[in-house]
Design a protein around this ligand. Structure first.
Ligand code: ADP
Length: 251
């Protein structure tokens, strides 16, 4: 088991407003972490801080046992932002092109696409059963198909950690279920660690083995089993809410 992320006493401010306070948690290889909290709790901010997109105001972030400032293997971390934040309906690219873009971040200039890149992209499309979409314009696809393409783009660089920001909101219940299943497979079969930001507190315990609940502060970090047994959490959330998070949990 190796360490992928460690944050220590991490705080983040936007201007003078603190939106994350004293967050310490760890992610190890193979973990599946459900990142939950109310709207505006700082979930996206936490992910952006981990990815180095916004600076930590205090505290530390380590990635693969390196200080974040010294870390440069960004291909090991795949990030799937909320739908529509990347796919503009007019974005003129095919599925295969989008997936090949996932290889660009690791290249030194000149950033050219090679035959090998094309093959890798093709392989991933095969794996996800969407190679029939490869020449389609991304904007013409359904929400569920677009999600798969973004997943293919993230997977093409063989990441060890995938971070999903609210993947299920744009999907109908059936696509959502199959998307969760797919994430679960990536975790269980390929051993890719997962952080999944979700509103689906009723579902997440079915898949994730750890719960990270933040509301500016870290409210809980640990196993679902311990969360469900915790009297402190029962008191914090009320027994009804605690039960709602726990009832699907069957690990
Ligand atoms: P969540 O993902 O849990 O909904 P966010 O991380 O998006 O929460 O936001 C946390 C808080 O930070 C919210 O109060 C939000 O309004 C604020 N916030 C988010 N982005 C910015 C920004 N770029 N500038 C200022 N405030 C922001």
């Amino acid at each position: 088991m190796s360490r992928i992320i460690a944050t220590k006493n991490l705080s983040v401010y936007y201007d003078k407003i603190e939106v994350l306070h004293d967050i310490s948690f760890t992610v190890n290889s193979g973990d599946f972490i459900g990142l939950v909290g109310p709207n505006g709790a700082g979930k996206t901010t936490l992910v952006k801080a981990i990815l180095g997109l916004i600076p930590a105001s205090s505290g530390k972030i380590e990635l693969f046992n390196n200080d974040q400032n010294k870390f440069n293997s960004w291909g090991k971390i795949g990030y799937l932002p909320q739908k529509n934040s990347t796919i503009n309906s007019l974005f003129p690219a095919t599925v295969l092109e989008i997936v090949m873009l996932g290889l660009m971040s690791q290249k030194k200039s000149p950033k050219r696409i090679t035959k090998n890149d094309r093959m890798k992209a093709q392989e991933i499309l095969d794996k996800l059963n969407i190679s029939d979409l490869k020449d389609k314009m991304i904007s013409k696809l359904s929400g569920g198909q677009q999600q798969k393409v973004l997943l293919a783009r993230a997977l093409v660089s063989n990441p060890e950690l995938l971070i999903f920001d609210e993947p299920s909101t744009a999907l109908d219940p059936q696509s959502r279920e199959s998307f969760f299943e797919m994430i679960n497979k990536l975790n269980k079969d390929l051993g890719i660690a997962i952080i999944l930001i979700t509103h689906d507190t009723a579902y997440i315990g079915e898949y994730a083995n750890e719960l990270l609940y933040i509301d500016k502060d870290l409210i809980y970090f640990g196993s679902f089993a311990d969360f469900c047994r915790s009297e402190k959490m029962g008191a914090y959330f009320g027994n009804y809410e605690q039960h709602a998070i726990c009832h699907q949990h069957n690990h």
